[in-house]
Design a binder for this molecule. Structure first.
Ligand code: PNS
Length: 167
């Protein structure tokens, strides 16, 4: 049955450790495509993270404040199951380069096999952010490099505070 895009729920999943300006650009564009966009943080105990899930939720909640149809949540287990639980029709993912595409395609096909009614929508990363990743931002920052503009201002502040407690 055809659906007005205003009623379409989509999930934007990720680790968001931390959220970057590239993520935020995708959130802004996704908020114009879907009626409701849920930014969902993967709770992954195995992955050693810089920020806790609740810290990441706080930073994301600050960053999404201008977008009334965007909300933040966290999930564990299969993304496809979580998407069904939320009544989502779409999974939003950004592609920065061809190297991203291979992994993203595998995930999209696997999620489609698990839940054929849910479609993955790829958006090209904003060109000014096509080299930005949470991993590189953390590495550059830890080694004293300038990351201004690559993460929201609140995130940079928290990274400075986090680093100070680790020294
Ligand atoms: O920010 P990331 O690390 O690229 O996000 C990866 C994420 C969270 C989208 C992916 O690891 C995921 O969906 N994990 C949930 C577990 C799952 O459903 N695995 C099968 C994926 S096909």
């Amino acid at each position: 049955m055809a659906q007005n895009h205003d009623s379409v729920v989509a999930i934007y999943p990720g680790s968001f450790d931390p959220i970057t300006s590239g993520h935020l650009d995708l959130i802004e564009r996704g908020s114009r495509l879907f009626g409701r966009l849920i930014v969902a943080i993967l709770q992954n105990e195995a992955k050693s993270a810089l920020f806790t899930v609740s810290e990441r939720m706080e930073m994301l909640n600050e960053a999404i404040a201008p977008y009334p149809n965007v909300e933040v949540d966290h999930f564990a287990g299969l993304l496809a199951d979580y998407a069904v639980k939320k009544g989502a029709r779409g999974i939003l993912r950004g592609i920065r380069a061809i190297s991203d595409y291979e992994y993203e395609l595998q995930m999209a096909l696997m999620n489609h096999r698990l839940q054929p009614r849910i479609e993955t929508i790829f958006l090209p990363a904003g060109e000014q952010y096509s080299f930005v990743s949470s991993r590189l931002v953390k590495e550059v920052f830890t080694l004293g490099g300038d990351i201004s503009g690559l993460v929201p201002a609140g995130v940079e502040r928290r990274m400075r505070a986090k680093l100070a407690t680790r020294l």
